[in-house]
Design a protein around this ligand. Structure first.
Ligand code: EPS
Length: 389
């Protein structure tokens, strides 16, 4: 069915993806895809790398005259920074000088550095961090953007907003309407719907930066237009919430996921948590609250899907923490690589992409066909089933 792989190092030539399972006949809107690429580069608190890159997707295969062929699609994103790393990241030849190798021997607490070095048996942490870097999310956003085009054909749309930075939070994030979120301009500093809260969030970022520190945050993904019936209760690995949680946790620095108001569920009684069921002729079954985040029993219930991603503070600190030299085993300060103070706004855009990827997989599982027309027939048949229910 639907699957994809990515490849590429943070300072290598670029990033690649191969995607399989898209139907023939999907119109590829490259501007829409590149808009997501640009959105991922934004956000208050990002570092200097984003001033070097101008991420743009190139389509290498699987698309002809602006439409998918049903064959594998290959995407390419160039790393503009590679020109500054040619020797250090050369595929075949090691450079003569130590400095050009840019070895890293002092693992950063919180990054993949030490665990990866132990596992892959290397004393140069660069062999790990280049792939562990969140740079990889650029190409996942590109793949996600393609799947968003497919979902869009069936009226499914996604957006995100930032609901917390450090100690500063938006009140009642589940109550923020879709309209308020999509009204945010792409150049909004943090994609926060409340201007006053956003200024406090920016102060929080400034404070962390002034201390050579980083700061965590929370984003919320909102999806509308998902019909009831994606995912299934019948097996553990077919549950939509489980799949979304896995996808969200695969975003670097995300350490927790919450569907709807799941966390408060742990301190609620049932009568205060469940979303009561109503029916009206013109809209069918509906709810007046959405604490379940649009998913019940591992199945979408037709309400908006709302998922939170909790991002821990980024691991590279300008004022580094203690570490150990991998060769001498002596106490050293952790390596300092160029990084962001927070990437929470970008993480929201990545969260949209990984959510779209899961929904696309589930959508193709239920309505899949070899062409978009075949999918449409399958989908319309199911819509009739729902409306005749
Ligand atoms: C990047 C994400 C971060 C950036 C990276 C680009 O990755 P990491 O997980 O390694 O901190 O810091 O840029 C650099 C590594 C750099 O040279 O500045 C991204 O989202 O594109």
């Amino acid at each position: 069915m639907f699957r994809f792989l990515t490849a590429g190092e943070s300072h290598g030539r670029g990033l690649v993806a191969i995607i399989e399972g898209l139907p023939r006949g999907l119109v590829v809107n490259i501007e829409r895809m590149n808009r997501d690429m640009a959105r991922r580069q934004r956000g208050y608190g990002r570092g200097k790398r984003m001033q070097i890159e101008r991420d743009r997707v190139e389509i290498l295969t699987g698309v002809r005259f602006g439409e998918t062929l049903g064959s594998p699609v290959a995407l390419w994103i160039e790393n503009r920074d590679f020109k500054n790393w040619k020797e250090s990241m050369d595929a075949l030849e090691a450079p003569g000088s130590e400095s050009a190798r840019r070895q890293v021997r002092h693992p950063r607490p919180g990054h993949a550095d030490l665990a990866g070095a132990l596992k892959y048996d290397t004393k140069d942490v660069r062999n790990i961090l280049e792939r562990a870097s969140a740079r990889e999310t650029a190409v996942r956003v590109a793949v996600g953007a393609l799947t968003r085009l497919l979902l869009g054909e069936f009226g499914i749309e996604l957006t995100s907003h930032v609901v917390r930075v450090g100690q500063v939070a938006v009140k009642d994030p589940l109550g923020v309407s879709w309209e308020r979120i999509i009204a945010l301009p792409d150049d909004s500093p943090l994609r926060c719907v409340d201007g006053r809260v956003e200024r406090d969030m920016m102060d929080e970022v400034d404070r962390a930066k002034a201390n050579g520190d980083t700061v965590g945050g929370v984003f919320q993904i909102v999806v509308r237009g998902v019909p009831a019936g994606l995912g299934s209760h019948v097996h553990w690995d077919r549950r939509l919430d489980g799949k979304l949680a896995q996808a969200m946790m695969s975003v670097p620095a995300v350490k927790a996921v919450e569907i709807g108001a799941g966390v408060t569920g742990g301190s609620s009684v049932g009568s205060a948590f469940q979303d009561e069921i109503y029916y009206a002729g013109d809209r069918g079954f509906y709810r007046k609250s959405n604490r379940s985040g649009g998913i019940e029993g591992g199945i979408s219930n037709g309400e908006e899907i709302r998922v939170h991603g909790f991002m821990k503070p980024l691991s590279t600190l300008i004022r580094p923490l203690n570490s150990v030299d991998l060769e001498s085993k002596e106490v050293r300060k952790a390596a300092v690589e160029r990084t962001d103070t927070t990437a929470i706004t970008a993480a929201g855009v990545v969260g949209e992409a990984v959510t779209a990827l899961v929904l696309c997989e589930m959508f193709l599982e239920k309505f899949g066909g070899d062409s978009l027309e075949e999918m449409r027939r399958n989908y319309e048949g199911y819509r009739r089933q729902l409306s005749d229910f």
